[in-house]
Write a protein that binds this ligand. Sequence first.
Ligand code: G
Ligand code: G
Ligand code: MN
Ligand code: NA
Length: 253
Amino acid sequence: LAIEKDIRKGLENNEFIPYYQPRVDIRTGRVVGMEALVRWHKADGTVGNPGEFIPVAEETGLIVQLGERVLREACRQTRIWHSAGMDGLRVSVNISAHQFRANLVDMVFNALDESGIDPELLELEITESTMMSDLGQTVSLLERLAGRGILTAIDDFGTGHSSLYYLKTFHINTLKIDRSFVEDILNDENDANIVSTVISMAKNLSLQVVAEGVETQEQLDRLREYGCPEVQGFFYSRPVPADDFEIYVRKTN
Ligand code: G
Ligand code: G
Ligand code: MN
Ligand code: NA
């Protein structure tokens, strides 16, 4: 594939750059962390979105190398921000299926050692479908990550084969409620009930919960009413380059 060759070249030239989207404490309005979302800064000056290259990277296995780049850079950047007084910010990094089954634990431990950030400040976002393919291995991977204090989140919660069994079996810290539920929270009673129920359930299970895809004040108000502790979405900021994220945090916190 032409794109596969381009991705290889892009990796050689360090063209895959994390952008950052703030995660916000709904009560204080302060930024408590950021999700790293990769962008491709191509030689021709255009910027590629994950939809164009993540599926190919996943199919070809290049995601392992690409994901490692993003993880290391996100940890390095977090360290820099901490040293610059933006301490306490947690960083969340998306881990795809292939990456999860590769040398994930070594890769993550190395990235932590290299950057020197506290393991409790790193969260790995893993989807339900990734987690469910080999339950035994999933349990042991999550245990090893937790053993070092690294946080894990179920990403896009509610869209895959969600099972309450996972919530009692997997050592995870956070549920990220998929934005498809938040999108219609004001108009669709089912979506509203699902979101409110997931928030209560998370609290009862002592899990952190984040609503994704918040775009309006009205959605935010509703989530507050439901007791949602943390939110993320275009209402606050799109994913932006590191410099812009830093400006945003200094203005907000
Ligand atoms: O902004 P958004 O277009 O950034 O992301 C689209 C999709 O790509 C999301 O499902 C997101 O989880 C995924 N994605 C973004 N960055 C990364 C990354 O660094 N690694 C992996 N595996 N997926 C990513
Ligand atoms: O799958 P994951 O949740 O990692 O993907 C995050 C994706 O959601 C990215 O593509 C990101 O750009 C996008 N996103 C983040 N906030 C919003 C939002 O408020 N509205 C919409 N439509 N997309 C969002
Ligand atoms: Mn995510
Ligand atoms: Na998500």
